[in-house]
Design a protein. Structure first.
Length: 227
């Protein structure tokens, strides 16, 4: 069986494009990242424990993030970040646990350095009806000064998946929710066919955004990092 092509994304430090696994290794040896780390460590301020977190959607592994997070931040900060970049549609409840629904809930006030060490994986569930499940794994920890003033730095994310228009096969830029919900079709459309598409029970086709939640519970973006 032909191996499926894995999604790729760019290193925020040097711009090289790689798979999720490639970046996981690359980020620990990227010379431009190391320069940024050295520059931060030369400034005033307290050193902290910092965690490299690899995040992926549990069911769509093409969607992933590489984050660096301050150890003194909390799961609340991580929840806020995940909602902004991927998940938020209508203010649903969310929870963190070990091992999905089966594991007991971990309080959002919990500090990152109390829960993570390399190898530890948590599940985040957003919306207990039409659930989005996210896996968060600590791949590395280091001591140093944070690279940003925020609790989290985005080191890489997958490029927006390339999908094609169901009408003409050209690159798609829109999604028809009616196709998805009522006809169980992918509903991907190019700009031209989005204009002439006959469905409007769920509003006009929505622009494709880089989120595993697109189309779930009417999620339509913006899928942008909060800072
Ligand atoms: Zn790099
Ligand atoms: Zn919703
Ligand atoms: Zn088309
Ligand atoms: Zn449609």
């Amino acid at each position: 069986m032909a191996r499926r092509k894995q999604s790729r994304g760019k290193c925020a430090f040097c711009g090289r494009e790689m798979t999720k696994g490639g970046l996981s290794k690359h980020l620990s040896s990227c010379s431009q990242r190391q320069e940024t780390i050295d520059a931060a460590n030369a400034k005033r301020g307290a050193a902290k424990q910092l965690y490299h977190l690899q995040v992926q959607d549990a069911w769509s592994p093409d969607f992933w993030l590489h984050l660096e997070m301050n150890g003194d931040a909390t799961l609340q900060d991580l929840d806020y970040y995940l909602r902004a970049i991927w998940l938020e549609c209508c203010g649903h409840l969310s929870r963190f646990s070990f091992g999905g629904w089966g594991g007991g809930e971990i309080a959002k006030e919990t500090r990152i350095d109390r829960i993570f060490e390399p190898g530890v994986e948590l599940t985040h569930i957003y919306d207990f009806g039409t659930s989005s499940e996210t896996l968060i794994k600590a791949v590395r920890a280091r001591e140093g000064k944070p690279l940003t003033a925020h609790p989290i730095m985005l080191m890489a994310r997958n490029n927006t998946p390339e999908v094609v228009c169901v009408e003409c096969g050209k690159p798609a830029a829109y999604l028809c929710m009616e196709c998805l919900y009522e006809y169980d079709e992918p509903g991907w459309l190019c700009a031209e066919h989005a204009e002439t598409h006959p469905h409007d029970n769920y509003g006009d086709p929505v622009p494709l955004v880089n989120s595993p939640r697109l189309g779930m519970c009417g999620y339509d973006g913006p899928a942008e990092p909060p800072y």
